[in-house]
Write a protein that binds this ligand. Structure first.
Ligand SMILES: Cc1cc2nc3c(=O)[nH]c(=O)nc-3n(C[C@@H](O)[C@H](O)[C@H](O)COP(=O)(O)OP(=O)(O)OC[C@H]3O[C@@H](n4cnc5c(N)ncnc54)[C@H](O)[C@@H]3O)c2cc1C
Ligand SMILES: NC(=O)C1=CN([C@@H]2O[C@H](COP(=O)(O)OP(=O)(O)OC[C@H]3O[C@@H](n4cnc5c(N)ncnc54)[C@H](OP(=O)(O)O)[C@@H]3O)[C@@H](O)[C@H]2O)C=CC1
Ligand SMILES: CC(C)=CCC[C@@H](C)[C@H]1CC[C@H]2C3=C(CC[C@]12C)[C@@]1(C)CC[C@H](O)C[C@@H]1CC3
Length: 497
């Protein structure tokens, strides 16, 4: 390892603090200015169909040239919120999809109409001041509507509303022949239910309508420390089944220590208990939550809604502690905390081969979705396999609807997302072998894996985990076979570098 490489691997914070953070700041300022101009001129939203026409033209041209290679979006791999880069983009026809705007907020119909590249940060900045929100708002600022619809999205309100796609009302798509189609549960239900988890392999998404619900100014959040795995699972199951909780989330700090968080929105906070956790000088959220384990008491406070939504953005869950080890230090926060976090896309763009290999060898990013009844067994198994803490636990309701992901018993079922992000502490950790064991556990538990993470399953195993019945039918009807790859060929380890 050369000298420069050694510094970049072992002192990545030097590069991040002195180079990446200032660049992230300029990038944010540029986007802020761009959005401000767009909003003032109101020009881009009115140009939606002009931009969609451009997508159509590219697909028609691809047809005219003989449908020779498959298609995917031209969004560069470094911009996506996942560790891997999509190598498949190199040998496919890349369709330029410049659709970044919030098109319309229709409070009478109760929907917001969005282009696929609208990010979660942009959406909360727009909707929340107007007194509206969407039912499931995934917490990382840079996640996009298109990625969440075509992939999957989850948040602490999912135990009531389901996954991100379960809150969508309609999709607008350009198909492989260049035609535009609009589908909803009533009109074209087969296509509507096949789009989630399809990873852009049925068509190019150009707009989405999502339900909106009134937003209040604060979330009244309660923190309850829980000890002992039995109690942890019992408390989690109880709170997830209680629909009076608008938000439910648990963070597991060891196999036997957790903090349960439940919340409701309110406009009447107790002023002495307001905590704006998003201020730059405040501790990182997960560290702050961990402090709650010091006392065996339930505490409550009022967090501004947008700060609650993006509570894990500042520390990228707990990933930033590996990049800037002193990032949560009070002095650092006071002086430079306002520059945090570096953009995930820039971290990806600038990571060297050595850093990438280091993460590959000694890091895990996995979100495992299993029925709540399998939670205890799964937590024990993942403790044996990786011993990574904190662990993110988020419940979600899986409704009985057609599509790739559905409950086995043909009735809605409560699931838990077990998020494993960090450095495994087990001896002899082997990323591939461990991932295979996790996958087998998920299949045996009638669960699913989030597909942004590494997938080592064979095609047959993948088809066992995800129901391809409706998807295959639609791919054949819409002439997708020579137009778009199968999902497996976009998400398997072989397709991503
Ligand atoms: C009615 C209306 C219509 C609009 N229509 C459009 C449109 O069609 N197209 C368009 O592009 N824009 C539109 N806008 C502008 C709108 O998208 C946002 O105001 C704009 O994107 C600025 O958002 P921001 O996230 O960059 O700004 P800021 O709120 O200043 O945020 C700056 C950065 O910090 C992050 N951030 C801010 N607060 C928090 C927090 N509490 N926790 C964590 N991170 C945080 C943000 O996500 C962002 O990355 C519209 C606005 C309104 C009110
Ligand atoms: N809280 C949460 O729920 C979190 C979720 N995630 C994961 O992150 C992913 C989203 O990341 P993000 O960077 O936004 O998205 P990505 O760019 O990673 O896109 C995900 C997939 O959606 C496809 N896609 C996106 N837009 C379109 C479109 N307009 N038309 C057709 N296909 C499209 C992409 O196709 P193509 O390959 O052709 O570009 C890609 O296969 C989700 O899949 C989710 O699982 C990550 C962190 C947190
Ligand atoms: C809440 C859910 C469902 C998932 C959260 C997953 C995220 C914590 C990870 C998804 C992609 C990850 C990446 C990184 C950190 C953790 C994620 C955001 C890095 C920024 C870590 C540093 C590397 O150099 C680049 C990584 C890119 C992907």
């Amino acid at each position: 390892m050369g000298c420069m490489e050694y510094v970049l691997v072992n002192y990545r914070w030097l590069f991040v603090c002195f180079f990446l953070l200032p660049i992230s700041l300029f990038y944010d300022l540029w986007m802020y200015f761009r959005n401000w101009v767009v909003f003032r001129l109101s020009s881009a939203p009115s140009k939606h169909y002009k931009k969609v026409k451009y997508v159509q033209e590219q697909i028609v041209e691809w047809n005219n040239k003989g449908r020779k290679t498959k298609m995917c979006s031209a969004r560069p791999g470094w911009q996506t919120v996942s560790f891997r880069r999509p190598v498949y983009k190199q040998h496919m026809t890349n369709i330029d999809v410049n659709l970044v705007d919030i098109l319309e907020i229709d409070t009478e119909k109760g929907v917001v109409r969005l282009e696929p590249l609208v990010s979660m940060g942009q959406l909360t900045a727009t909707l929340n001041p107007l007194g509206w929100t969407i039912p499931v708002l995934p917490e990382i600022d840079d996640l996009t509507v298109g990625g969440l619809v075509m992939g999957q999205g989850i948040e602490s309100s999912s135990h009531v509303h389901g996954l991100f796609q379960n809150t969508c009302v309609s999709y607008e798509l350009v198909l492989s022949d260049g035609a535009i189609v609009r589908c909803s549960a009533k009109n074209e239900p087969d296509l509507f239910y096949s789009i989630p988890w399809s990873y852009g392999t049925l068509g190019i998404l150009t707009a989405v309508e999502i339900r909106i619900v009134p937003a209040k100014k604060y979330v009244k959040l309660s923190y309850e420390p829980v000890w002992g795995l039995d109690n942890i699972v019992q408390k989690f199951t109880e709170c997830s089944g209680d629909a009076s909780n608008e938000f439910v989330e648990m963070i597991l700090f060891s196999q036997h220590e957790a903090v349960m968080m439940t919340g409701v929105q309110t406009n009447s906070p107790e002023h002495s208990k307001i905590n704006s956790i998003d201020r730059w000088y405040k501790p990182w959220f997960f560290k702050y939550v961990q402090e709650k384990l010091r006392n065996n008491t339930i505490t409550e406070e009022y967090i501004p809604l947008r700060a609650y939504y993006h509570r894990h953005t500042r520390s990228i869950f707990w990933e930033l502690q590996d990049i800037i080890p002193f990032g949560n230090n009070a002095v650092f926060r006071a002086l430079l905390g306002w520059l945090i976090p570096p953009k995930i896309s820039l971290l990806k763009l600038t990571q060297t081969k050595a850093i990438k290999e280091l993460y590959e060898r000694s890091h895990v990013f996995q979100d495992v979705l299993v029925p709540v009844g399998e939670m205890e067994k799964s937590l024990r198994r993942f403790h044996e396999l990786v011993d990574v803490y904190p662990v993110w636990l988020c419940p979600f309701l899986l409704p009985d609807r057609p599509g790739m992901v559905r409950p086995r018993e043909n009735r809605s079922e409560m699931f838990v997302d077990i998020g494993l992000y960090g450095t495994p502490r087990v001896d002899g950790f082997d990323p591939k072998e461990t991932a295979r064991k996790i996958e087998q556990h998920v299949i045996d538990s009638n669960g699913f894996q989030m597909l942004y993470a590494d997938i080592y399953m064979t095609r047959e195993e993948f088809r066992t985990m995800f129901d391809h019945g409706l998807y295959d039918k639609l791919r054949s009807e819409l002439r997708c076979e020579d137009a778009f790859p199968e999902v497996y060929d976009k998400v398997s380890r072989a397709a991503r570098d």
